[in-house]
Design a protein around this ligand. Structure first.
Ligand code: TXA
Ligand code: MG
Length: 490
């Protein structure tokens, strides 16, 4: 295949769909438009083809793919229990941007499930996707058609940029997509629905048809969606987020000091920046502030357009949470994680006091600027699912931090992949982790190594003043660090 370029064909061209279907049936990989983003398809039952798809994308084998079906009837054959929730959701949102995670039928290939006992199913509503599924006559797996970790493609040309030289067999061009962010992934095995990934169907939409909906905090999502790493959807240049109250002034200040920045933001923000006489090197308009669906549609194209400009960093404005804003915030947080060192895991022993406090402080620092941060905590000897200690909860509450939802989590090695920075409370904990995981050495640090001073010791068994002192120290160090980071290079 040397020297071969990946062919692109317009989906409405005579014979294009039947050629695509024929390629797929021979075990080929074909990219096609869906209403959310372009997908890279393979016949779901052809294990060889699915394995090749993982290789071509550079996707970790533990991250399962979505099985795309032409109808709910077809989906039912792939699951063990088609639950009442699945029935209601499929009736309300299929075909459309909703993916249901259900217990897999026993014969579903492990490569499709990423080793999980579950399978993810979705019936897309894009006419080309539906026509292709019907032409092939059986389900297709289709992850987003980007190289693993890159922004998802919203037009055929962007698929080609990631796979230009015949790595895949055909790209069907159906024009720009309608939604722009991926489907909402929902665990529908029980009566309480868990949102594993916010996406094209909003939480508000889901709640309107099914009362019990829980949005999983991103750090818990790891468990259910094993492949979901924080650093994802990232362009080739670093991304830094601005938003919320006070965010505009920080943005102006940063732009004045660093002209070689690209700016992705809603129209009103771009205008206000210009009115202040500020000229970023490149801008990309994310649509009106009042329309988060416009931002969703333009998000990935914006990141991919700006990364090609002569800039050192992309500044992105974070929208509010309503509607598709939630999914945009999620993708932006992931695009920025790593580039700004914002995905942090705090580690102590039991994960019931020090590390949950540090996590809550870090999250609050982000919230003060309207920024969603990727942060979590775990304990080297933690039990699963224990609340924070009563003393920790009490002192946290005095300072406006809420630990009531915290549940302890034992450290496990997959967290090293999920987070960019691991900070332990005591020196021996960092030493131990580095000894056990030398490959991740570069991102494991003890508190002392980053902030100076001694170890952050466990106040367990001492009075409330010891807990307050611990909290004070964590907060002072983290606030100083946050401010240094936010003011980086200014
Ligand atoms: O909109 C979309 O969903 C697009 C278009 C092409 O349909 N597809 C897409 O696929 O976004 P992908 O592979 O990029 O993302 C699939 C997501 C991942 O976060 C994965 O962890 C989750 O779905 N997932 C898949 N199977 C799962 C399972 N059995 N349990 C939990 N999460 C699962
Ligand atoms: Mg993807």
């Amino acid at each position: 295949m040397a020297g071969r370029m990946t062919p692109i064909r317009r989906a409405d061209e005579e014979g294009a769909l039947s050629e695509a279907a024929a390629l797929l049936k021979q075990g080929g990989l074909v990219a096609f438009p869906t209403e959310t983003v372009y997908g890279l398809g393979a016949v779901a039952r052809m294990e060889e083809a699915v394995a090749r798809l993982y290789r071509v994308k550079g996707r970790p084998p533990t991250n399962p793919v979505i099985v795309h079906v032409a109808s709910a009837e077809e989906a039912r054959r792939w699951v063990r229990h088609w639950t009442p929730a699945a029935q209601v959701l499929a009736e309300a949102f299929w075909p459309g941007p909703l993916t249901l995670v259900l217990e897999a039928a026993q014969w579903v290939p492990a490569v499709v499930r990423g080793g999980q006992p579950t399978v993810a199913l979705r019936c897309p509503r894009h006419p080309v996707a539906l026509a292709l599924l019907r032409e092939v006559g059986e389900p297709l797996v289709a992850p987003s058609a980007n190289r693993s970790g890159r922004p998802s493609p919203t037009r055929a040309q962007e698929v080609w940029e990631d796979f230009p030289s015949g790595e895949i067999d055909l790209i069907l061009d159906g024009g720009p997509v309608e939604v722009g962010v991926e489907s909402t992934v929902v665990d529908a095995r029980e009566d309480t629905l868990h949102i594993l990934r916010p996406g094209g169907v909003t939480v508000e939409d889901l709640k309107a048809v099914w009362p019990g909906v829980e949005a999983e905090p991103p750090e818990q999502r790891k468990k259910a969606s094993p492949g979901s790493r924080f650093r994802h959807y990232a362009p080739r240049v670093p991304v830094r987020l601005f938003g919320g109250e006070g965010g505009f002034q920080s943005l102006l200040k940063a732009l004045r000091r660093h002209p070689r920045r690209g700016l992705l933001a809603p129209t009103e923000i771009l205008r206000a920046v210009e009115a202040e006489g500020c000229r970023p090197e490149a801008v990309f308009d994310a649509g009106p502030l009042s329309d988060p669906s416009a931002y969703a549609r333009r998000l990935y194209e914006g990141l991919r357009t700006l990364e090609k400009k002569d800039i050192e960093e992309i500044y992105a404005w974070v929208p509010e949470e309503e509607g598709l804003g939630l999914a945009v915030r999620d993708r932006l947080a992931r695009a920025a994680a790593g580039s700004s060192g914002e995905s942090v895991l705090f580690v102590c022993s039991g994960n019931t006091c020090r590390s949950p406090l540090a996590e809550a402080i870090w999250r609050k620092l982000g919230e003060e600027e309207g920024l969603p941060l990727a942060v979590g905590s775990a304990g080297l000897f933690a039990l699963e699912g224990r609340p924070a200690s009563a003393s920790a909860q009490a002192v946290a509450k005095e300072r406006g931090l809420d630990l009531s939802g915290h549940r302890s989590r034992p450290f496990d090695p997959s967290l090293l992949e999920a987070y960019d920075l691991i900070i332990t409370m005591e020196g021996w904990q960092a030493d131990e982790l580095r000894r056990q995981h030398p490959e991740a050495k570069g991102k494991i640090f003890s508190w002392r190594e980053i902030f100076g001073g001694g170890d952050v010791l466990d106040p367990y068994g001492s009075g409330p003043d010891a807990y307050r002192a611990t909290l004070d120290r964590l907060e002072a160090d983290l606030r100083r660090w946050w401010e240094e980071k936010r003011g980086r290079g200014e």
